[in-house]
Design a protein around this ligand. Structure first.
Ligand code: C2E
Ligand code: MG
Ligand code: MG
Length: 624
């Protein structure tokens, strides 16, 4: 292994040469021997040539196998030979002692310095040492004077010692360079690994960022770089129900499919979790749409798990550089926003970024800030809509429905702000507040009237959710069996491991559950079998069709008879007319709720409704 010399400093050459001249000149002046003079002049000439060569070809210093390096090596060897000859001639001519000593000292010193300086190139070091010392050793060996004669064995021993030193230094240098080389290679490998996702073998977030920056910089004018951001729908469910191992296998399979169906040269990355990003160049939006649709179709193709088929779907957000943003960060944000819209619109679809999305996002952000403020300023109230027994016509329950009266914008409907509260997490604070508030009101009602409260998915997933509800009941002194929680299928579809324990714990404490908006989701009967529901609320979209012989009425009938068979009560939501009431009663619904009976009313009004029905005096009437 060639390690290299420390001969790259022109100053070293210059200093060593000046030293040589200073120690050689006494020999010239004291001995008056032409050969000696010629050697010293040659030394000076070689030194000057080397230094000037160095100055003119400085840029090639260190470049291996370059003629400059070879010339320098020839120069160094010649110089070594000349300094050896200077010492040898000084001994041979028996010039005055002082001058002789100077010449010998220089040769010895030169070869010693070569041992260290060229330790990285042992061949150069040895040749310099030998060339500087061998003439001296030979000349000394030919002398009869014992003082000179002793120089010969001393020179040989010195050569051996210096060779050993060179050898040792060389080994140390080589070992440390090997270590450095291995570390550099290891670092390079680590850097590559740091850009790869361990599960799918695709690029990870770091790798993607790196790639995107490069691609955005080399994008040809007129071409577009499309970012297709994919999020697998309900992946969490797969992970929770089938286990992480299966989750990983699914991600791998998706990765393989994406790689296969992505256009050549596309960059396919796993952005994290169940999100993938494909970046590819295209000429037109139609081309991007084609690519995205192909990818979506690939993901949606069922996967085989042992002998079962697993259905996977994905939502896609697409944004294009430079159309949707001038830099990668902006385009990434745009694609993310487009993905968010795809999910909001019901998933399983692709959505291109539009500037309106940014406006919608701003609207949501404003709404979130206002909602938090509204909570602090008491702008929110809970209203109560009665649920009637369709046979007896008596109030059986009240559903708590939140209301927001904005000082400037007037009433904001829950359909508008509950989704925002869900997305931003504000629903947890809001939900706790609603439950506590409603429980306090319900505690003042007669024992047989139930309080129904709507729950959002996030409220169930929050740690300690069940305990929170039980604490609210305790504080309000409302027995658990008087609370009914309304849960939509969406809650169960997005359920985490907490949902079952949440429902089991509360069910055990006596809390009832109703399946809300039945008929609008998958209407999975599995939910009715697996969860402790006591009630089904048929969505108002089935009730509003007045035709008692129509399909919707048939569905209501089917749900009612299924409810009866399962021992569940069936509530018809959204009853607005007498005909609807007659129809749902005939269909077999046991309970009814709707504007025909009453809209959601304030707590005081709810108390008055109860009092009116039961011929009781309200607290207000009592104090009047
Ligand atoms: P939901 O749980 O299905 O509530 C019933 C909705 O139907 C209420 O709308 C109610 O006012 C409305 N409704 C009742 N009778 C009729 C009728 O005869 N005709 C028509 N057209 N509508 C009727 P609201 O209060 O606007 O609530 C809408 C949704 O917002 C609720 O649907 C529920 O999902 C959510 N929500 C309302 N309050 C809360 C709450 O306190 N917490 C949570 N998590 N969600 C709530
Ligand atoms: Mg409800
Ligand atoms: Mg409902």
């Amino acid at each position: 292994m060639q390690v290299g010399s420390v001969n790259s400093q022109v100053v070293t050459i210059a200093l060593s040469s000046i030293c040589g001249l200073l120690l050689g000149l006494p020999a010239v002046f004291d001995a008056h021997r032409p050969l000696l003079t010629a050697v010293v002049v040659a030394m000076a000439a070689v030194a000057i040539t080397r230094v000037s060569l160095y100055k003119t070809l400085e840029r090639f210093v260190g470049s291996e196998n370059h003629p400059f390096e070879r010339l320098q090596a020839v120069g160094a060897i010649t110089y070594a030979l000349l300094s050896g000859m200077l010492a040898a001639l000084a001994i041979a001519y028996q010039i005055p002692a002082a001058a002789r000593t100077s010449a010998v000292v220089y040769a010895v010193g030169f070869s010693a310095s070569a041992a260290a300086r060229h330790a990285g190139r042992p061949l150069v070091a040895v040749s310099q040492m030998v060339l500087a010392l061998l003439p001296l050793i030979i000349a000394a060996a030919l002398q009869s004077d014992i003082d000179d004669l002793m120089l010969a064995p001393a020179g040989v021993l010195m050569l051996c010692g210096m060779y050993a030193i060179t050898h040792d230094i060389y080994n140390v240098l080589r070992d440390s360079l090997t270590v450095a080389d291995t570390s550099a290679r290891l670092a390079e490998k680590m850097q590559k690994l740091a850009r790869i996702d361990a599960v799918t073998g695709l690029l990870n977030r770091t790798g993607l960022n790196h790639e995107l920056v490069e691609r955005s910089m080399t994008l040809q004018p007129g071409r577009e770089l499309a970012l297709i951001w994919i999020d697998l729908d309900h992946f969490k469910e797969v992970n929770d129900t089938l286990g992480h191992q299966w989750g990983d296998r699914l991600l791998c399979e998706v990765g393989i499919r994406l790689r296969k169906s992505a256009p050549p040269g596309a960059c396919v990355a796993r952005f994290g979790g169940d999100e993938f990003i494909i970046a590819c160049e295209a000429n037109t939006r139609a081309e991007v749409t084609d690519i995205a649709q192909r990818l979506l179709a690939e993901i949606t193709r069922p996967m085989r798990r042992d002998n079962q088929l697993l259905e996977v779907s994905g939502s896609m957000g697409i944004a294009v550089l430079p159309e949707d943003g001038e830099d990668i960060d902006t385009v990434m944000q745009a694609a993310d926003l487009a993905l968010y819209h795809a999910k909001l619109n019901g998933r399983k679809q692709l959505s291109f970024f539009t500037p309106a999305m940014t406006r919608a996002l701003k609207h949501r952000k404003d709404m979130e800030a206002e909602l938090r403020r509204a909570l602090r300023r008491d702008e929110l109230t809970v209203h109560y809509q009665p649920i009637f027994d369709l046979a007896s016509g008596r109030i059986r329950a009240f559903e708590a429905l939140v209301r927001w009266y904005h000082p400037q914008r007037g009433e904001i409907t829950p359909d508008e702000f509950i989704p925002v509260a869900e997305e931003t997490g504000a629903i947890i604070t809001l939900g706790n507040w609603i439950t506590a508030q409603a429980a306090r009101v319900a505690a003042t009602w007669p024992e047989d009237i139930i309080l129904a409260v709507n729950l959002s998915p996030l409220q169930i997933r929050a740690p300690g959710a069940a305990l929170g509800i039980l604490a609210a009941l305790r504080e309000a002194r409302l027995p658990a069996h008087r609370l009914e929680l309304e849960i939509t299928e969406r809650v169960l579809m997005e359920h985490g491991p907490n949902t079952e324990t949440f429902m089991a714990e509360l069910h055990e404490a006596g809390v009832h559950f109703a399946l809300d908006d039945f008929g609008t989701g998958f209407s999975s009967l599995g939910y009715l079998a697996n969860y402790p529901f006591g009630k089904i609320k048929v969505d108002r979209s089935f009730v509003s069709g007045a035709d008692p012989k129509g399909k919707r009425a048939a569905i209501v009938r089917a749900i009612s008879s299924m409810g009866r068979a399962l021992g569940l009560e069936v509530v018809a939501e959204g009853l607005e007319t007498e005909q609807q009431i007659a129809a749902v009663r005939e269909a077999g619904c046991t309970l009814g709720q709707g504007w025909y009976f009453s809209r959601a009313v304030s707590a005081e009004e709810a108390t008055r409704l109860i009092a009116a029905e039961r011929g009781m005096l309200t607290p207000a009437q009592l104090t009047a």
